[in-house]
Design a protein around this ligand. Structure first.
Ligand code: 5GP
Length: 178
């Protein structure tokens, strides 16, 4: 990434995901877990977190898009791809890349709770502190960050930068050249 700065390095992410995977494996010991990734942003977190979960686990994905500008969510969410699995009576762990206003997540949790899972919890790599517009209960949080717009490790700006192995902050120059 040109003219951007690294906020969370590849090594820090790898270390924290290992800790989160261990914690999840301990908390759900004896259970069978359905881990649900929210596309597109969570694809990288899912792949790396999954390798550190040592209990029986299944994976599914949902794709959502929130209406709004490229850097701000409107809270109106469209489900582009629903789950393939039924979740009634199951332990579900939703995996997100980032929680900002919390509106997308709030919508998803309300939608999924109507399907009567045994439990539903959230793991997110990043949580922007102090900017939530709805209360968010995230059981597993990788890193708490400030309000800046971040890219990399699955997160995009205009669909670019998702492949960066770290989380970075774009500066004005980078935003201008995208
Ligand atoms: P919400 O505001 O509803 O919590 O976040 C909705 C979505 O906006 C997130 O899932 C993510 O796709 C996107 N988003 C929020 N903050 C950022 C950010 O700093 N960088 C990027 N790339 N996407 C973000």
């Amino acid at each position: 990434m040109e003219a951007g700065r690294v906020l969370i390095s590849e090594e820090e992410i790898a270390h924290r995901l290992k800790e989160m995977g261990d914690e999840i494996s301990r908390d759900y010991r004896g259970e069978r877990l359905l881990v649900v990734g929210v596309l597109r942003g969570a694809f990288m977190v899912m792949a790396d977190l999954a390798r550190h979960i040592s209990i029986p686990v299944e994976f599914d994905f949902m794709a959502v898009s929130s209406y709004g500008s490229s850097t701000k969510t409107s809270g109106v969410v469209r489900i582009l791809k629903d789950l393939d699995e039924e979740i009634a009576g199951r332990h579900v762990l939703l995996v997100e890349d980032i929680v900002d206003s919390g509106l997308t997540l709030d919508y998803m949790l309300r939608t999924l709770r109507l399907r009567n899972p045994s439990s539903i919890e959230l793991a997110t790599l990043l949580l922007k502190e102090g900017v939530q517009r709805v209360p968010v209960e995230a059981r597993y949080v990788g890193f708490r960050i400030g309000p800046e717009f971040v890219v990399g490790y699955g997160l995009d700006y205009d669909q670019l930068y998702r492949n960066l192995p770290y989380v970075g902050v774009l500066d004005e120059h980078s935003l201008g050249v995208c």
